[in-house]
Write a protein that binds this ligand. Structure first.
Ligand code: SF4
Length: 300
């Protein structure tokens, strides 16, 4: 439940990345996220851990709107362009740009207005919220934009176990279908992949007619991602729900294979950056197994 929401005067809009998903910058219009997903890696990051320790606020109970984000973004985009720098933006990495608070503050919309006039080389707008469809008209004016919505299962009972305050799946499905129907490039991200009946799930998400599909699992990211999932109790939640076999990459691979079978490999991507070299993937899986054993010494 959202307990605090407020305003923040930010010092910058764009955060340079160190290779995060191959983007040069991230853009987070809010601090905090009212969806408070149980597996969210953001709550494990230092600023949020410090805040939780100092104020006792749990992840998912506070949101602050960066009221000057659009103004800063315009200045930063112009400065980067003047210096001939590339700009590719992941929007957002540490909040949901279309959580309910956006209906009140419109910070995401204001930033997109800027990006319509000061184009980036690439923008991925990532959300779980059906509010995204509100801005369909604007998306048509933003160059190099991909609108990506998370649909990680087709079962709302499963969704409630992991992300009880995130929007219902049907609504997300309808929203991305609407955005796509308006001619905007779209993506469905099954990330992190949650339990479902794989073939039925694939048939359902293909009804959105999205341009791209991504499958990611709790264990296919980098080592820390897997460790955090373990620390947040993901294996236990899966076990309680009777879906232990969804820990690991095998079930996600099944979904991936159905997608490839239906639409071909060009539109289907695995894990956070789309593709993994087989050797890298094996390395990540081994690291994850090791982390799991380390975290749960009796689980062998
Ligand atoms: S919607 Fe995204 S940022 Fe928000 S809590 Fe869930 S995973 Fe974290």
């Amino acid at each position: 439940m959202l307990k605090t929401s407020g305003l923040r005067v930010a010092t910058r809009a764009l955060s340079p990345t160190s290779g995060f998903l191959h983007f040069t910058h991230t853009l987070n219009p809010y601090v905090g996220c009212q969806y408070g997903c149980r597996f969210c890696y953001v709550r494990g990051l230092t600023p949020h851990r410090v805040r939780t320790n100092l104020t006792g606020e749990d992840w998912g109970t506070y949101v602050e709107a960066k009221v000057n984000a659009a103004e800063l973004l315009r200045k930063e985009m112009r400065s980067l362009r003047r210096r001939g720098k590339p700009v590719s933006i992941f929007f957002s990495s540490a909040t949901d740009p279309y959580q309910g608070t956006e209906a009140l503050f419109n910070i995401t919309r204001q930033c997109l207005e800027v990006l319509a006039e000061e184009p980036a080389d690439a923008i991925v707008l990532q959300t779980r919220s059906p509010l995204v469809a509100r801005d369909t008209d604007l998306f048509q004016r933003v160059p190099n934009l991909l609108v990506s919505i998370t649909i990680e299962t087709d079962d709302d009972d499963i969704r409630r176990r992991f992300a009880p305050r995130a929007p219902r799946l049907e609504k997300r499905h309808a929203a991305i279908s609407e955005v796509k129907a308006a001619g905007v490039p779209t993506q469905v991200a099954a990330a992190p992949m949650l339990p479902c009946e794989p073939e039925r799930f694939v048939d359902w998400i293909l009804e959105t007619n999205a341009d791209r599909y991504v499958v990611d699992t709790f264990t296919s990211g980098k080592g820390n991602y897997c460790r955090r999932s373990i620390a947040f109790g993901v294996p236990e939640i899966l076990e309680e729900a009777g879906y232990s076999e969804w820990w690991g990459n095998e079930k996600g691979r099944e979904v991936f294979a159905f997608l490839v079978d239906r639409v071909g490999p060009e539109r289907v991507f695995w894990s956070s950056d789309g593709f993994n070299e087989p050797t890298a993937e094996q390395g990540e899986a081994a690291a994850c197994d090791a982390a799991f054993s380390e975290a749960t010494p009796s689980a062998t």
